[in-house]
Design a binder for this molecule. Structure first.
Ligand code: NAD
Ligand code: ZN
Length: 360
């Protein structure tokens, strides 16, 4: 099961409170000439706010706001790329936002230098040319999208949620500024932060081992505990800790597999359209049988932060919906094998999967 291949991680990053003020330096040598166009893809939350005034904008640059009410789609990415192509090619793409915006920036950067549509690249190692130089600036911590080699996109035509898994998808540089996460609403902060915690729990409990991924996951878990088991998860020190935990968790993703939570969570997202991070938390809340100590710890963290994880979502669905949830879960063979071995279908019969969903 263990793939042997060269692993790419983000090589250059700037981590400090207030790091955004140094974005000009981070662009240096790449897109700092007066005519070097920089394309900013920014979460719509920041439209009209102070953050925009702090960017080192030149007349040649462009800003496009990314609507993150829904997760990125292949059609949405294609439409963005068509818009960008109406103007001269940017020298750099800067993504500023949470996982949805970072993924959008990665996908757009790749498609500007590779022909075809976003859907053509959903899969593994299909991107042949490096994208436009890309810089990631996370404003919510937890998904690890800033560090990972994928950008997740919904493909509604093919009923598929899959990223462009490629070395070319990795950001070239990162600006990690914990000041930027100060405005994230409590629940969102918790749900997204938990993506790192859950990923690391799944990875460390799996059958597949990789020493680098294990070390990153171990440390990320420690940081998550420090953040979520204390009184104020959003203190300045905790925002910095969580940003590092997310970066480490994302760096582990390339050499680790998730386990049971992510497949069930993907089922929820596909069938009931709940977002990735809240879906993970809904699933984690009922994982007593598979991850007993982590489930108990997860609940303690939610209680410590006064966050209510949604419940009752799947209690009264039609048989057809349970069937769709089962199909959208069981299709994730790699993580399910990592968690339960080759016989995962014997453990996760339709009845068992329905019972688990009903508990949510
Ligand atoms: P998000 O990008 O979906 O944003 C969530 C909400 O927070 C949005 O409403 C946004 O406007 C708001 N927001 C962002 N920054 C803010 C700030 N500083 N202050 C106030 N509000 C702010 O959130 P997310 O949970 O980081 O990302 C989820 C996405 O990440 C999903 O699309 C998922 O598929 C993807 N993902 C990608 C990877 C990867 O490795 N590429 C891994 C996991 C998840
Ligand atoms: Zn995740």
């Amino acid at each position: 099961m263990r793939p042997v291949r060269i692993t790419k991680t983000v090589g250059e990053y700037l981590l400090a409170p207030g790091a955004l003020a140094h974005l000009g330096e981070v662009l240096r040598g790449r897109a700092d000439g007066q005519d070097d166009r920089v394309l900013y893809l920014i979460d719509h939350y920041f439209r009209g706010g102070k953050l925009i005034e702090r960017l080192p904008l030149k007349p040649a640059d462009a800003i496009l706001y990314v609507d993150t009410a829904d997760e990125p789609t292949t059609d949405g990415i294609d439409a963005l790329v068509r818009r960008v192509r109406q103007n001269p090619m940017p020298k750099a793409v800067v993504g500023i936002g949470g996982g949805a915006t970072l993924d959008t920036a990665k996908a757009v950067s790749n498609l500007l230098t590779n022909d075809g549509a976003a859907a053509d690249y959903q899969g593994w190692d299909l991107v042949s040319r490096p994208g436009v130089f890309k810089i990631g600036v996370p404003t919510v911590s937890g998904t690890g999208a800033e560090a990972s080699r994928t950008c997740v996109m919904m493909n509604h035509a093919r009923n598929l949620k899959l990223g462009m898994n490629s070395d070319h998808t990795v950001f070239d540089r990162l600006v990690l500024d914990p000041d930027l996460t100060a405005t994230v609403p409590r629940d969102q902060y918790f749900f997204t932060g938990m993506d790192t915690y859950i990923h690391c729990v799944e990875s460390l409990s799996g059958r597949y081992r990789h020493a680098f991924a294990d070390a990153c996951s171990d440390q990320a878990l420690r940081l998550c505990r420090a953040v979520f088991l204390c009184e104020d998860m959003r203190s300045a020190a905790n925002r910095e800790r969580l940003m590092v935990a997310s970066f480490l968790g994302g760096s582990a993703i390339g050499n680790s597999y998730v386990g049971l939570v992510h497949p069930f969570s993907a089922g929820l997202s596909m069938v009931l359209h709940t977002h990735h991070c809240v879906s993970n938390c809904i699933v984690m809340n009922v994982m007593d049988e598979f991850y007993p100590s982590a489930t108990e710890e997860f609940r303690r963290m939610a209680a410590a932060q006064g966050v209510a994880v949604p419940r009752g979502l799947c209690r009264q669905l039609s048989e057809q919906q349970y069937r769709a949830l089962y199909e959208a879960t069981i299709v994730h063979a790699k993580p399910l094998t990592n968690a339960l071995g080759d016989g995962f279908r014997d453990v996760l019969s339709f009845d068992k999967v329905r019972e688990i969903f009903r508990m949510m």
